[in-house]
Design a protein around this ligand. Structure first.
Ligand code: SAM
Length: 214
């Protein structure tokens, strides 16, 4: 597909998401991110379709509506410092990077080494300087840059990993899919205590690691 074809497909994707009630802030960001730069080349003609795509080793780039919904739940603001667990292709981090702007930063952590390289080169090729990819176990968070305004977990956990809650600012929010076979997306708000709000049923690959599934 040539550049013009991707642009048209991107517009159709955004119109489809608008009908689902996604906010204009998130739609504008998704209009700007070239999703075809984040999928394996043999799947680039499907990049703007609203379903997940395989990126290798059983891992996926999440469906556009899921990325959009999670960004909306997080209520991302310009200048936010965000931690993402599960960089995968780097696409979700790119959408976050667009919303939080150059004064913000998204740190994304990935446990599979070649996906760190894949996401890093995709983000670089797409021109994002406010997104950094690290290799590691995301269930432990990324203490060197904590605390975070928002945390975005893009794989399904048994429960909220305690280090992530510790590294979230008071008054911050986290989105996290919880469950093994039956999964639900939760919005977790750190206030004086912790409020957990169930949002919808979801299907994500499992979170592995110290506080993940074995
Ligand atoms: N956000 C990604 C994107 O935009 O392409 C999609 C993420 S994919 C659904 C989930 C990712 O979480 C996989 O790449 C997987 O390797 C990663 N993952 C699973 N457990 C992890 C852990 N403990 N730490 C970091 N990454 C993890």
């Amino acid at each position: 597909m040539v550049e013009r074809g991707y642009e048209e497909a991107g517009k159709r994707m955004v119109e489809h998401l608008r009908r689902q009630g996604i906010s204009e802030v998130v739609l504008e960001a998704m209009m700007r991110v070239k999703r075809h730069l984040f999928v394996p080349p043999n799947l680039s003609d499907q990049a703007y379709n609203d379903y997940p795509l395989p990126i290798g080793e059983g891992q996926t780039i999440s469906a556009p509506h899921m990325v959009a919904m999670m960004c909306d739940y997080l209520d991302l603001r310009k200048g936010d410092k965000v931690l993402e667990v599960g960089a995968g292709s780097g696409y979700h981090a790119a959408v976050i990077a667009e919303i939080i702007g150059e004064e913000g930063h998204v740190y994304t952590i990935e446990r599979i080494e070649w996906l760190v390289d894949f996401s890093m080169s995709n983000l670089k090729r797409a021109g994002y300087k406010n997104a950094t990819v690290s290799l590691g176990d995301g269930t432990l968070g990324l203490p060197e840059h904590a605390p975070y305004d928002k945390i975005d977990v893009t794989c399904a956990a048994p429960d909220v990993p305690p280090p992530l809650l510790e590294q979230l600012k008071t008054n911050g929010e986290m989105v996290i899919p919880i469950g093994r076979y039956m999964q639900e997306l939760y919005l977790v708000k750190k206030r004086n205590g912790v409020e957990k709000e169930k949002k919808c049923d979801v299907a994500f690959v499992p979170l592995r690691g110290r506080y993940g599934f074995r």
